[in-house]
Design a protein around this ligand. Structure first.
Ligand SMILES: [Zn+2]
Length: 290
C-alpha cells in the first residue's frame, strides 16, 4: 500500500569532507564543496499522525535505506524548471522523549544536496530563508496493523482514532518496500499568497470582460436609437433612448434588425450609402436629425 506523509525541512548544512564524500558517492562527476548546497529534511517520524497512522522505528530504519539516492522534486514553480535535490544519506534520529505509542520519539532525517547553479540560486535562498518548510514523502509498506488487536486495520473491527477500553486505535505502518518520492510543498503562507494572486488575476479578467460587454451594449443601444430614428417611426429621440436603455442584447439585436429593415424601406439606397460610410459620425447624426 502506498503512503504519503508530510514533514519539514530542517536546516542548511556545512559541507565538510564527510558530507562531500557522501555527495560524491551519488554524483556522476566529482563535486567541490563550493559547487553544492546541502540541507537536512525531516522525512517522517514515529508519532501517530493526522491520519491515525505511524511508522514504528523499525519501519523508519527500513525507509532510511530506501530513501538514499532518491531525488526530491519541488512544487510546480520549481519542478517545471527541472530543479531537484538528491538525498545522499539518511539517519534515524532518536530524541528520548516517549510518544503516545510507548516508543521513544524518533524521526528519519534525510541529507540532501542541490547544485549551486544560477538556476538554483533563488531556490537555495528560499530554503535558507525557511520559506520552503514542508516536505511530503511517498512510500510503500506491506501492511497497516491495528494497534488494538494486531490484525490488519482494513479488516479488523476497530476504527482509527477511536478508543477501546481506553486504548487508542491507530495503524502501524510496517515492512517498508519502497520509497518512491519526496517533494517540497509550499508552506501555508505561501499557498495563500498564491491563491490570492490567481484570484486577483481572475477578478481583473472578469472586470475587463464586463467592461468590454458594457462598451458593446452601449454601442449597440446607440445604433438601435440611430436606426429607430432612420426608420421614421415618429418616435422622439429621448423616448427611443429611454426604451433601449431597458433592453439587453437579444432584444436589442432583434430591434436593430427590424429598424434596419424599416429604415431601408424608408430611405432606400441613400440610407445604405450613408450606413456604408464607416466612421462618419456627423453624417449619421445628420441623417438621424432629419
Ligand atoms: Zn483491530
Amino acid at each position: 500500500m502506498k503512503i504519503r506523509k508530510e514533514a519539514g525541512v530542517d536546516c542548511g548544512l556545512e559541507v565538510d569532507e564527510k558530507e562531500l564524500a557522501g555527495i560524491n558517492a551519488m554524483s556522476r562527476k566529482t563535486l567541490t564543496a563550493e559547487e553544492v548546497y546541502a540541507f537536512a529534511v525531516k522525512l517522517c517520524d514515529n508519532r501517530v499522525d493526522r491520519d491515525g497512522e505511524r511508522f514504528p522505528v523499525a519501519t523508519l530504519e527500513e525507509l532510511a535505506e530506501l530513501f538514499v539516492g532518491k531525488s526530491g522534486i519541488f512544487d510546480h514553480q520549481w519542478s517545471a524548471r527541472g530543479q531537484t535535490a538528491r538525498i545522499y544519506r539518511t539517519e534515524v534520529v532518536r530524541e528520548g522523549e516517549l510518544t503516545e505509542a510507548g516508543e521513544p520519539y524518533a524521526y528519519l532525517k534525510g541529507y540532501a544536496y542541490l547544485l549551486r547553479t544560477e538556476g538554483n540560486r533563488d531556490l537555495i535562498a528560499e530554503i535558507e530563508g525557511g520559506i520552503k518548510k514542508e516536505v511530503s514523502v511517498g512510500c510503500s509498506v506491506e501492511r497497516a496493523v491495528c494497534s488494538v488487536c494486531g490484525q490488519d486495520i482494513h479488516t479488523c473491527p476497530h476504527e482509527k482514532g477511536e478508543r477501546y477500553e481506553g486504548k487508542l486505535c491507530w495503524a502501524e505502518l510496517v515492512c517498508a518496500t519502497d520509497a518512491y518520492e519526496w517533494s517540497f510543498v509550499a508552506v501555508p503562507a505561501q499557498r495563500d499568497a498564491g491563491v490570492m494572486k490567481s484570484m486577483r488575476q481572475d477578478m481583473e479578467k472578469l472586470e475587463r470582460e464586463a467592461a468590454l460587454g458594457r462598451k458593446y451594449l452601449e454601442r449597440l443601444r446607440g445604433e438601435v436609437v440611430r436606426l429607430g430614428g432612420l426608420a421614421g417611426l415618429g418616435l422622439e429621440h429621448a423616448v427611443l433612448e429611454a426604451i433601449v436603455k431597458k433592453l439587453e442584447e437579444p432584444e436589442l439585436d432583434e430591434l436593430r434588425a427590424a429598424f434596419e429593415k424599416q429604415a431601408d424601406r424608408a430611405w432606400g439606397a441613400e440610407c445604405q450609402l450613408r450606413r456604408g460610410g464607416e466612421g462618419k459620425e456627423e453624417d449619421r447624426d445628420g441623417a438621424f436629425l432629419i
